[in-house]
Design a protein around this ligand. Structure first.
Ligand code: ADP
Length: 317
C-alpha cells in the first residue's frame, strides 16, 4: 500500500550530513551493492534515470509572474493528452504552485510507493507533482534557503515516479533565478522551452530576457506565446486590445525565434481555472481552446523534428 509522503530531507540535517538521502534510488539502481556515489552524484544519477523514460522534456517560462504561464502549461498539457499522449506536469513554481488548483487537485497529498518513490497525482490523464501537494495549509508561505530548494527540485524530478511519458511539461517559476538554473542543469537533453508573455510593449523587454537566458543555457527555443491577447466583449461582442497587441510577435521577430500564436483574454479561462476544470478540455471546440490546441501541435511538431532517442507509443484515452 502506498504511504503518506511525510518529509523532504533537509541537506545536512540529521546525523550524516553528507549521507545520501535518496535511498529509494537504490531500488532502481543496478549497482546498488557497489555504489560509491556522493549525495549530489546520486541525486543527479536518479534524475537522469527518471528522465531517460521521458521522450520530450519541455520547459514553460516567463520573465514575470501573472502572464499566464501556469494556465498555458495546464492547457498545453491537456491538449497534448487529448492527442493521446502520456503527459506529466512538474510544477516547479515553489512559491506559487497553482497547477493543482487549475486541475481541481488542491489539498491532495502525494503518496510514496512500496519502492519508496513518490507517486504523482493523476488528474485528467495528467501526472502532476507540485509543492502544493506537500503543504499542510495552502496559505503557508515557503521560506527556504537555496540549498533546500535544490533538494526539493531534485526530489520533484528524480524522486517522482514519472515512468514512461511522451511529454513532461515543467512549469518554471517566473524569472531566470536559481530554480530555473538548477532545473536546466539537472535535466539532460531538454527538448525546448516555450516562453509565455503578454502583448504590451514591456513584454518585449521581459521576453528578451527569457530568450537570452534560454540561448545562454543552450536550450532550444520552441517559441513565444502571446497570452491575454485581445478580448471579445462577452456583452457587446466588440474586440478590445486590453494589453495592446503584438508584443509577443514583435519580440519573436526581433530575437529571431518562432512565434507560436496568440491566446485571447477570455473570462471563461479564469472561471474554468478557478473551478479546476482545464478550459482546453471542457470547451475544446471554442476559438480559445483552438488557440491552445494549435500551440500544442507546434510544440509536438518541434519535439518530433528535434527528435528523441526514446519512442513511446501514444495511448488513446
Ligand atoms: P502565472 O503562472 O504566469 O503567474 P497564471 O497562469 O497563474 O499566471 O494566470 C494568472 C491569472 O490570469 C489566473 O487567474 C488565470 O486564470 C488568468 N489567465 C491566464 N491566462 C488567461 C487568459 N488567456 N484569459 C483570461 N485569463 C487568463
Amino acid at each position: 500500500m502506498p504511504g503518506e509522503l511525510k518529509v523532504i530531507q533537509h541537506p545536512g540535517s540529521g546525523s550524516g550530513g553528507d549521507a545520501c538521502t535518496y535511498m529509494w534510488a537504490c531500488a532502481i539502481c543496478d549497482e546498488n551493492e557497489t555504489c560509491q556515489k556522493d549525495k549530489e552524484g546520486h541525486s543527479r544519477w536518479l534524475v537522469a534515470k527518471r528522465m531517460e523514460r521521458i521522450e520530450h522534456k519541455v520547459l514553460i517560462m516567463s520573465n514575470k509572474g501573472g502572464v499566464g504561464k501556469s494556465t498555458v502549461t495546464t492547457n498545453l498539457a491537456v491538449s497534448l493528452a487529448l492527442k493521446g499522449y502520456e503527459v506529466g506536469i512538474c510544477d516547479m513554481d515553489i512559491h506559487g504552485p497553482n497547477i493543482p488548483k487549475m486541475v481541481g487537485a488542491e489539498g491532495q497529498k502525494l503518496k510514496i510507493s512500496t519502492t519508496g518513490g513518490i507517486i504523482p497525482h493523476q488528474a485528467y490523464n495528467l501526472k502532476i507533482a507540485s509543492m502544493s501537494f506537500l503543504l499542510q495549509n495552502s496559505d503557508d508561505p515557503i521560506i527556504w534557503r537555496d540549498a533546500y530548494k535544490y533538494e526539493f527540485i531534485n526530489q520533484l524530478l528524480g524522486g517522482v515516479e514519472w515512468n514512461d511519458l511522451n511529454f513532461l511539461l515543467v512549469d518554471l517559476p517566473p524569472g531566470t533565478g536559481n530554480e530555473s538554473v538548477t532545473t536546466i542543469d539537472l535535466i539532460p537533453n531538454v527538448s525546448g522551452v516555450v516562453i509565455v508573455t503578454t502583448p504590451q510593449e514591456v513584454a518585449l523587454l521581459d521576453s528578451r530576457k527569457s530568450v537570452s537566458f534560454a540561448k545562454d543555457s543552450e536550450i532550444p527555443i520552441i517559441g513565444i506565446v502571446e497570452n491575454m491577447s485581445g478580448l471579445d466583449c462577452p456583452h457587446c461582442g466588440q474586440h478590445i486590445e486590453v494589453f495592446r497587441k503584438g508584443g509577443g510577435e514583435t519580440s519573436a521577430a526581433d530575437m529571431g525565434v518562432p512565434f507560436l500564436g496568440r491566446i485571447p483574454l477570455d473570462p471563461e479561462v479564469v472561471t474554468q481555472s478557478d473551478a479546476g476544470e482545464p478550459f482546453a478540455m471542457f470547451y475544446s471546440d471554442t476559438p480559445t481552446a483552438e488557440a491552445f490546441h494549435s500551440i500544442a501541435n507546434k510544440v509536438d511538431q518541434f519535439c518530433k523534428k528535434s527528435g528523441s532517442l526514446l519512442r513511446i507509443a501514444p495511448k488513446r484515452h
